[in-house]
Design a protein around this ligand. Structure first.
Ligand code: NAP
Length: 515
């Protein structure tokens, strides 16, 4: 019997022993840099000539690891291995499957700072963000293990005299997991263990910028007792092996988290029925956001400015939930903007060597160039209040940037920038603020800062996002507390870390027997 679910606490870095422990984890990881990682198919280690070189975005010269790169032949082998393993794994008792997740969570918890240190190095995460990413990975394992135990006997249905009815869930088959780099541990782990605990097998293709932390996690699953072939680790270029895995007739579930364009492409491709395919594919796609913090005139303005800054600049704005738009009532606009600029000017940017660094780099050159070009567009569309400069000589650093006085339909009010840039727009009244907040194709997260009860009720009804928060920032969803997923072009609203998530990976079966 498992204890009730409780989320993993965040590390308090104001405590010296915690800081020292984290520093020593960073030292340990530094000694383990630049190793080679093979692919893992059916438990077998496969080394290829073609490699992915993972580098530290704070320091392009520092190699985190060299990872063998899957091609189509290996992708085929991985699907076959997953298909074969499924024949046994589907019949393993759900409690035993759940116990593997709990054991894996315990291993990660013991090595928590080490995993976070890999995230500092490979994803450029500041300590606090890396610690939260690892905590979330632990939470997904603990939460889904308990959810599976709750669901293992199905749900009650009525029986009539002489007839006994049951309704329960069965596994589906081979799952292709395609994960992003921005929650390189949590989302990669969550979208891998959910199909596993529900009795499916997995071919895992992590993001090419963060394959090392995924390799470490697959080793943990093996240590926790996961049989061979249940998870197969096949890093490779999304463009090269992605389509092959998605199109494969033996693929049954596709679980993707990433950008809108790639997600839409996968969604379309998955709809095609290929030769030999006897089923329709289940598709979970969680995509981008253009998330808004709305500030009402009757609000705590200090809280408003803080919420805007935290939402916009945590992990350099590289969260799907990042508050990249602030829509502020005209009566309080100047005051909130001025305070947000002050708070932003206090933020430190640099390589996250200590806990003092608030913002690290952005992930790579492509992201750096894209964000800088959006800043240029923004400077023409609005008024640059602070930031705006970047430096990619050693790592990919961009100043936290505020651009004000934007029209609701400005490019930087509409498109996902995925960097440390927040666009301010002025609203005439609360109705107008909600109208602006809803005027993008995305619908992921949002926050409203207000003391007006009627406006809270109005926003609950009319602010069209999957995760809506009041009087706080719009980032930082916690597993089991804030099930996460977006509306509109933000995705299929799968609500990861919530009670409806696991059934997306199973088929419900009705069995009726006459006595
Ligand atoms: P991305 O470029 O779409 O990549 C995501 C994954 O898809 C990577 O593993 C990538 O592999 C793979 N991929 C790329 N092209 C592919 C193709 N043609 N076929 C199959 N797979 C392909 O996104 P990202 O830059 O990693 O992540 C940032 C995006 O994710 C943002 O838009 C953010 O909002 C979104 N996101 C959403 C959520 C959510 O819950 N809604 C959470 C986190 C992030 P390679 O790395 O090899 O290209």
């Amino acid at each position: 019997m498992l204890t009730p679910y409780k989320h993993e606490p965040f590390t308090d870095f104001s405590v010296e022993t915690n800081r020292k422990a984290f520093e020593s984890a960073l030292c340990q990881v530094e000694k383990e840099l630049n190793q080679a990682y093979p692919l893992i198919v059916n438990g077998e280690r496969i080394t290829t000539e073609d490699k992915i070189v993972s580098v530290n975005p704070s320091n392009k010269e520092e190699v985190i690891g060299t990872v063998s790169k899957a091609n189509r032949e290996i992708a085929e082998k991985a699907i076959e291995a997953a298909d074969e393993a499924f024949k046994r794994w589907r019949n393993v008792n759900p409690e035993e499957r759940a116990n593997i997740l709990v054991r894996a969570a315990a291993i990660v918890r013991r090595r928590k700072h080490e995993f976070s240190a890999w995230l500092v190095k490979e994803a450029g995460k500041p300590w606090k963000e890396a610690d939260a990413d690892t905590a979330e990975a632990i939470d997904f394992m603990e939460y889904y293990a308990r959810q599976m135990i709750e669901l293992k006997d199905g749900k009650p249905v009525n029986s009539r005299e002489g007839e006994h009815n049951r309704y329960f869930y069965t596994p589906i088959g081979v799952t292709v997991t395609i994960s992003p780099w921005n929650f390189a541990f949590a989302i990669m782990a969550g979208t891998t263990v959910a199909p596993i605990v529900t009795g499916n097998t997995v071919v895992l293709k992590p993001a090419s910028t963060t394959p090392v932390v995924a390799a470490k996690f697959v080793e943990v699953l093996e240590q926790a007792g996961l049989p061979k072939g249940v998870v197969n680790y096949v890093p490779g270029s999304g463009a090269e092996v992605g389509d092959y895995l998605v199109d494969h007739p033996k693929t049954s579930i596709i679980t993707f988290t990433g950008s809108r364009d790639v997600g839409v492409r996968l969604y379309e491709r998955a709809a095609v029925v290929h030769k030999g395919q006897m089923h329709l594919k289940r598709v979970i796609v969680e995509m981008g956001g253009k998330d808004t913090v709305v500030v009402d005139k009757d609000a705590d303005l200090e809280l408003a400015a803080q919420s805007i800054v935290v939402s916009a600049f945590g992990f350099s704005g590289q969260k799907c939930s990042a508050g990249s738009r602030a829509v502020v009532h005209e009566d309080v606009y100047d005051e909130v903007l001025a305070r947000a600029v002050e708070l932003t000017n206090e933020l430190s940017v640099g390589e996250p060597k200590t806990n003092e660094t608030y913002m690290g780099p952005v992930i790579d050159q492509k992201a750096y160039d894209k964000i800088m070009s959006y800043i240029d567009i923004g400077k023409n569309e609005g008024r640059l209040m602070t930031g705006g400069k970047g430096d990619d000589s050693k790592g990919f650093f961009i100043e936290p940037t505020i651009i004000a006085d934007l029209a609701p339909d400005a490019v930087i009010m509409q498109e996902e920038i995925f960097g440390p840039v927040v666009a301010f727009s002025k609203a005439k009244n609360f109705n107008h603020a909600l109208e602006i907040a809803n005027n993008t194709e995305y619908g992921l997260t949002g926050a409203v800062i207000t003391n007006n009860r009627d406006h809270i009720e109005q926003a609950k009804r009319d602010f069209h996002v999957g995760n809506l928060y009041f009087n706080r920032n719009c980032t930082g969803a916690i597993v089991g507390y804030h099930p996460f997923g977006g509306f509109k072009m933000s995705g299929t609203d799968s609500k990861a870390g919530g009670p409806d998530y696991l059934p997306l990976h199973m088929q419900a079966k009705t069995v009726s027997e006459m006595y």
